[in-house]
Design a protein around this ligand. Sequence first.
Ligand SMILES: Cc1cc2nc3c(=O)[nH]c(=O)nc-3n(C[C@H](O)[C@H](O)[C@H](O)COP(=O)(O)OP(=O)(O)OC[C@H]3O[C@@H](n4cnc5c(N)ncnc54)[C@H](O)[C@@H]3O)c2cc1C
Length: 387
Amino acid sequence: MDINFSQIPSSIAEKNNEDLITSILIFKAVRYRWLIRFGQIVLPYTLWIPGVKWAIRRTVFKHFCGGETLEETKKIVDHLAAHRVNAISDYSAEQADTKEKQEETRKNILESIRFAGEQHNVPFACVKITGICDRPLLEKISRNEPLTDAEQQRYTEFRNRLDALCAAAAAQDKKFFIDAEETWINPAIDAAAEAMMQRYNGEKQVVYTTIQFYRTDSLAYLQHLIDTADYKIGLKLVRGAYHEQENERAAKMGYPSPVLPNKEAVDKTYNDGLRLCIRHLDKVSFCAATHNTESTELLVQLMQEYNVAPDSRIVSFSQLYGMRDNITYELAGKGYNVSKYIPYGPLKETLPYLIRRAQENAGISSQMSEELQMLMNEKKRRKWRKT
Ligand SMILES: Cc1cc2nc3c(=O)[nH]c(=O)nc-3n(C[C@H](O)[C@H](O)[C@H](O)COP(=O)(O)OP(=O)(O)OC[C@H]3O[C@@H](n4cnc5c(N)ncnc54)[C@H](O)[C@@H]3O)c2cc1C
C-alpha cells in the first residue's frame, strides 16, 4: 500500500490563523539552541511573573499539550477519533520527589486509565517512573547499591504504586506503557518494567517497556529480552530523548558515553530494532514511537513483507501531540493502528516535557524544517486564496 507523508494534514488545514502563526513562530524559535538553553534555565524561576504563564499557555503549552486537566484533553481525543487516530493521555509529572507528589501522580494516572476505559480510541495509558518514585532512589538501585531500611520501604511503596497502575490497566483491558528515562536511573526502571511484564503479560501484552535505540547497548538488550523472557514482551521503540544530557554527564564524570555518537548510527540501530521485533511477533508486540519518516516507511514495508495487517493490534505507531501530524493522519487514513501521546497536567509540571520537545526540535533541523515547511505552505495557501 502506498503511503505519502508529504501532504498537509487536515489538523494543519483546520488551524485558525492565530494558531497557525503561533505554531510557525514556535518552530522557528526552537531552531535557536541558545534560546532553548536560556528558556531552560530562566523559565522555571519566572512563572510567578504576571503574564509569563499566560504567554506559555497560549503558545508552546497549547501546541504540545492537551490541557491542564484530563477533561481538557477530551475534546482533542474526540477530534482524533473522528480521524481514526487513537490517543494516549499522558499525565506529565516527572519530578515527584516527595511521597505526596508521587501519590498525587499515581491518582492522576489512575484517572487517566479510567478515562481510557470510557473511550473507544484510547487503547493505552502510560507512566513516567520519576512521577511515582524519587530519582535518588532509582539511581541507587541502578548502581546496584544496598538500600537502607527506609529506602527499601520507599522502594516497596513505589512498586505497589506501579503494580496498582498495571492492575488497573489490565482490568480495563488497556495497555500500559512504561517510559524510558536517563541511563543512570533506567536499570531500575527496566527491572520494574520486566517484573510487571512477567506479572501482567499472560495471553497478551498489557505492560510495555520502552527501549531507546540511541543507547549503545539497545540491540543487545532487545535480543536478551527476546532470548530470555518467559512472558510476552510489550515494547515501545524510541530513539531517545536525553541525548544531550547523556553526553554531558558522561563527559563531566569521565565515563564513556552510553549513547551512539551520531544520528546515522541511531537511525540504523532503530531500524535494526524494528527488523528484530517483526521477526518475533510470536513473543513481541510493539509500538514504533517515532516521527521519522524513513523508519515509519520501513515498518509499513516490513508489515507487508511479514503479512501483518495494517490494523493489527500487535504492531502500532505513535507520535507526540503537536508533532508530525502528516505521519499520524496518513497512517490513520490508510487503516494503520496509530496514536497520539497527549501530555497534560499543571503547566509547571509539564515544563521539563516542553523543554525536551524544544531541544529535540533544535537538534533535528532537516526533519524540523519539513514540519515548519508544511505550516508555511498552509500560510501561503491561505494568503493566495485571499488574493
Ligand atoms: C509516542 C512517543 C513516546 C515517546 N516516549 C519516549 C520515552 O519513553 N523515552 C524517551 O527517551 N523518549 C521518548 N520519546 C521521544 C523519542 O525518544 C525521540 O526523542 C523523538 O521521538 C524523536 O525521535 P524520532 O524517532 O521521532 O526521530 P528523529 O526525529 O529522526 O530523530 C531524533 C532523535 O535522534 C537522535 N539524535 C538526534 N541527533 C543526534 C546526534 N547528533 N547523535 C545521535 N543521536 C541523535 C535523538 O535520539 C533524537 O531524539 C517518545 C516519542 C514518541 C513519539
